[in-house]
Ligand binder design. Structure first.
Ligand SMILES: NC(=O)CC[C@H](N)C(=O)O
Length: 349
């Protein structure tokens, strides 16, 4: 962002126009949604059942390295499906977009995240955001042995988070002991030759990536790293090659909210990803990463408060990517300014 306060200004009278107004706005949104009592904490992975349903945090991280937060942004929880976004990025770096597309599709399913279903014709899993596609994506991560593959995953997460990464062993063991649905999916994919490594090895790595510990603030910084073309705005470290940001965000846009992706796109209009931990991240390219954490889930596995908060924030700040009133026409603005000043002006990248 050139002007740090740019994203705070706009036509809607509700919009905050200064940093203190933004803090007050977040506090108000938090307070208004804290009393929502719908949804239920996930219990199918026994460790997840221990989550406190009252936990509720909202965090915004900007691409110029500032953080605005309210509520429970510090408690740690397991990242679960939100990990799929970042592992997708690593698989893209390892194989390139064409090879990856030949192994895992990019079509939304309209089915639940854990549906046991493959594309009829190609036998590919539908996309990297549902469990089947994520297990296949994880199986593609390069490394001489399971330890090297795990270490590469952890190094990648470290770059996104900006600090050391911890796996919650209890959650990992808990899911490994109960994850027969994912196991069934993995065996089906092996039957069709769609898994790159051994079934139990792929599942092990997948369960470990789901058990990476994060807090709401980490998630906002990770989302801001995607918004910042792959560079962590707090540390300056590159987490993913800029070339793959468009692939990551496209798949998040169409598939990140599972069988709610259509309505999410309609109402919120931002690339996003949810997880059964109760976290949701969304990316406003070149501007901010947003994370909400609240464990009670709706029937599709998305955080109830999370969805509501994103609807409110997107509306209030005019963040919907297809909203014509939002200031998204940088390309044309640049071009017009360049015409005036006689430089080329159009940024390529
Ligand atoms: N939607 C999710 O967050 C699912 C992740 C979880 N580890 C699973 O595979 O079931």
């Amino acid at each position: 962002m050139t002007n740090p306060d740019d994203f705070l200004s706009g036509e809607d009278p509700q919009m905050a126009r200064s940093v203190s107004e933004l803090q007050a706005f977040l506090a108000d949104v938090h307070q208004r949604h804290a009393c929502l009592r719908e949804g239920a904490v996930a219990t199918y992975i026994p460790e997840l059942a221990k989550a406190n349903p009252d936990w509720f945090g909202i965090c915004i991280a900007t691409t110029d390295g500032r953080v605005f937060e309210i509520g429970d942004t510090q408690p740690n929880f397991t990242v679960q499906s939100i990990s799929k976004v970042f592992v997708h990025g690593l698989a893209l770096e390892d194989h390139g977009r064409d090879v990856l597309l030949s192994r895992v599709g990019v079509e939304p399913t309209g089915d639940a995240f854990n549906a046991i279903v493959l594309d009829e014709a190609s036998k590919r899993p539908y996309n990297p955001m549902v469990n089947a596609g994520a297990i296949a994506t994880t199986s593609l991560i390069k490394g001489a042995d399971p330890t090297e593959r795990l270490n590469r995953l952890l190094a990648m997460f470290r770059n996104y988070m900006g600090h050391e990464v911890v796996i919650d062993v209890a959650s990992y063991i808990s899911e490994r002991a109960t994850g027969d649905r994912n196991r069934a999916m993995a065996y089906l994919m092996r039957h069709f030759g769609m898994l790159q490594s051994e079934v139990e090895e792929s599942l092990d790595l997948y369960f470990q990536q789901c058990a990476v510990m994060v807090n709401c603030r980490d998630l906002a910084v990770m989302a801001a790293t995607l918004a910042n073309r792959g560079i962590n705005p707090m540390t300056g470290d590159r987490a993913v090659h800029a070339r793959y940001i468009r692939d990551i965000l496209s798949v998040m846009s169409s598939c990140g909210m599972y069988n709610f992706a259509g309505e999410w796109g309609y109402k919120v209009g931002l690339p996003a990803k949810s997880g059964v931990c109760g976290g949701i991240i969304a990316v406003v390219p070149d501007q901010i990463g947003i994370a909400v954490f609240s464990p009670p889930l709706d029937e599709r596995g998305n955080s109830v408060r999370g969805v509501k908060v994103f609807e409110t924030i997107s509306q209030a700040f005019g963040l919907h990517l297809f909203d014509s009133s939002r200031g998204c026409n940088h390309f044309l603005e640049n071009l017009m300014q360049a015409e005036k000043s006689g430089t080329s002006g159009v940024e390529r990248g």
